[in-house]
Design a protein around this ligand. Sequence first.
Ligand code: C2E
Ligand code: MG
Ligand code: MG
Length: 558
Amino acid sequence: MKQEEKQEENGRPAQQEGQSVSFYISGVEILNNIGCGICICSSQEKVLFANERFAAFFNGKVDGKGVKELLSQALKDGKENGGGELYFEESEKWFDVHRKNIRWLDQRMAELYTVYDITEIKRYQQRIERQANNDFLTGLYNRIRCEKDLDEQICLTREKGGEGALLYMDLDDFKHINDGLGHQYGDVLLQGISYSLKRIPGIESSCYRMGGDEFIILVTDTVFSRLDRILEDICGIFEKPWFLKGADYYCTMSMGIVRFPTDGDTVQEVIKKADLALLEAKKAGKNRYKFYTAKEEGSSFKRLDLEKNMRNAIIDACNEFEVYYQPIVDISKPGNPCMGAEALIRWNCGNLGFVSPADFIPLAEYLGLINPIGDHVLLQSCRRCKHWNDSGHPEYKVNVNLSVVQLLRNDMAERVKDALQQTGLNPKNLTLEVTESLAINDMARMKQILGQIKNLGVRVALDDFGTGYSSLNHIREMPIDLIKIDRCFIEDLGRDEFADAFVRIVCELAAVIGMNVCVEGVEYERQYEILKEMQIHMIQGFYFDRPMKAEEFEKKYL
Ligand code: C2E
Ligand code: MG
Ligand code: MG
């Protein structure tokens, strides 16, 4: 029998003449006990040697042709000395395969294969990859995977033709459910929505959660012709209520839609435009979807710019935001002494220049960014006022505006308490201004939160009084100390009987129920005289001073 045939019989090379038996045995023994599989094949596709581990790796398959075919799958580059990975389906294992040309004992050319089991490493990699690509809460893919898939889709449609769409979805007022019922119910809702999305034919494996209550759905070129149907199905999810914490809740969504590559042909562009269309859907009254059109782009890009800069300013410790102070004076005393100031935020944006609060506060509220900004203003203002109080004016007070978004935070009273504790400000020298339109929306909740704030010893003012929808009766119910009459009534003082009567009546009413009144927007002497005659005490307006930097205020009033 020839040597090669012998090898096929017993899986071991035949002993060569002149070699010591013991050397051969210990050599094979070593090869059988090392961690990798070893196989040597002749150029005639015969197996000259295979160690036990190699046989075990491939379930004993060590016949010549089969082994070479199998191993060559890992060595696609065809190089003489090279390596690659191999997946062996039968045992569901991964191997790292290396090939090297060697000379066999009889000087024939042969191929040495070394094979390492890398299944554990592979599984670990896959797990990490899965974690990196999936959203933990909903099981949907995440932002990273979305951008990768979108990129592939855009390239595909650009190269091969065809069209796809990206749907950017944001739940409407999800915050209310989260805040009202608690995060765990918000999570249940997100999971429920994700589950329903994944069951819509055509988008089963192209739904992504981008974070929070935002989702993206990729309508690939293969199902693009069914876009209408897909949209119907998505809307259908939100037509029925969700059963949460023992009751039915409706949740609606707004969605922006972009077609690619027609509307945009990079990942960033497509997502940005979908976000713009989403904003248009929100502005149009929520609970709807909008296709991206170029005409909205101008104003929306401005808004995105504002948003980006605002986020950066917040990351930068709110340094671009400065608190100005406008004095409030007491005109019932000789010399109209200053009583303190209203804190008014100013944003001097490095990229956009000066942005007025009227322009950025509504957007900050919409984006929830008013919270960090508001915290900043509160802390700065308390610190300033404490400084004034310690510098010879223990009576000075500071008024800080609170937005509805801030007030609805469950821990608002706690935050106010923190600011007082951090700065050491006497609570009675802090007044928080809330606007009346908000105050009447949810009377019970508002009363509760304002009550908590008042329990700290802090005072509450109803700002812009007269511009909202509240009835005079409401001011009796609300736990407030001060009414600030809006400047629109002051503009017409002495010219319009209604304005005069309104201010007079509010003052009389306030006196009866023991509230103070402050009038804002006093610009002219004429207005000042009338208010003085009405025996109003507190006045704020350009007639005395404009809002100014803290240093300027201190130079003038300390
Ligand atoms: P507001 O709380 O009613 O503040 C009074 C506004 O009237 C201020 O405008 C002030 O500069 C302006 N003002 C004062 N006296 C006069 C006057 O005699 N004539 C005229 N024409 N205007 C006068 P500003 O600073 O532009 O603020 C606008 C609004 O932005 C504020 O109205 C307030 O609602 C909001 N805001 C300002 N700072 C903050 C803040 O820190 N947080 C929150 N949430 N809102 C703020
Ligand atoms: Mg105010
Ligand atoms: Mg006001």
